[in-house]
Design a protein around this ligand. Structure first.
Ligand code: ADP
Ligand code: ADP
Length: 226
């Protein structure tokens, strides 16, 4: 089944820049898809439109049959390029944040937070502060935070771009494992050809002219999964 449909989706910013132009794409449930292209081609804008973080200027996007956002943010996990953790809060409290925003009391959130931390291998760091963690570990906390509400859709915006190559490769494998284990649909924004080919079953290649999808490449393996 189709989870996300982009139908002529376009984004023009207030200053006139057209970042995404007439993007048409169906993303099936359970796919691991990447948006690949050079800096400035509109990958991040397209992702934010799907997340409901940016409005759409023309065309239509549906997520699970509904317009993005509209109070359904909990169904989507979003991981940004920077880990964006609250430095004054423990790892536990950072991962708890999305549940707190849903109005959940901390004492009832313990199982969910611990499960999310376990899924990224950081159970024993629950009481640590971000400054005590390596870059790779901070990113894993940020992934745990995105997964704590058990979303079906995980959006990642150049999540590992700031990390060294070895850490990045380890995290790629972690993400693949999470995808398989949780039955996620993942959209992974990257400018790395290696990363897109290694991770995804489909690569949407976006051209340097903003928003132009030059081709969609289906790769063997990965989909459909059982
Ligand atoms: P990518 O993620 O592929 O690097 P972006 O989606 O961030 O590209 O940006 C696409 C284009 O839109 C770029 O030309 C960028 O400068 C422009 N852009 C991004 N955000 C804004 C904004 N808030 N206002 C105006 N232009 C923007
Ligand atoms: P980076 O690759 O950014 O340095 P890693 O996630 O590989 O970050 O972790 C760096 C170091 O932190 C590792 O060498 C390891 O000793 C420690 N570490 C990372 N994750 C754990 C964990 N789950 N339990 C114990 N130690 C860990």
């Amino acid at each position: 089944p189709v989870l996300i449909r982009m139908d002529g989706a376009s984004k023009q910013f207030a200053n006139g820049t057209v970042a995404v132009r007439d993007m048409n794409l169906d993303i099936r449930e359970g796919e691991f898809i990447s948006f690949l292209g050079p800096s400035g081609c509109g990958k991040s804008t397209a992702l934010k439109m799907i997340a409901g973080l940016l409005s759409i200027s023309a065309g239509e996007i549906t997520v699970n049959g509904h317009p993005p956002g509209k109070g359904r943010e909990q169904d989507i996990g979003f991981v940004f390029q920077e880990a964006t953790l609250m430095p004054w809060a423990t790892v536990f409290d950072n991962v708890f944040l999305p549940l707190r925003m849903k109005g959940m009391k901390k004492k009832y959130a313990r199982d969910e937070v611990e499960e999310a931390l376990a899924s990224v291998g950081l159970s024993s760091f629950s009481g640590a502060y971000p400054r005590q963690l390596s870059g790779g570990m901070k990113m894993r906390v940020s992934i745990a935070r995105a997964l704590v509400t058990k979303p079906k859709l995980l959006l990642m915006d150049e999540p590992f771009a700031a990390l060294d190559e070895i850490t990045r490769f380890k995290l790629n494998n972690d993400v693949l494992e999470l995808w398989a284990r949780h039955g996620l649909t993942v959209i992974f924004v990257t400018h790395s050809v290696f990363e897109s080919v290694y991770l995804s079953n489909r690569v949407v290649v976006m051209a340097a002219r903003p928003g132009r999808v030059s081709r969609v490449v289906d790769l063997p393996g990965g989909y459909p999964r059982t």
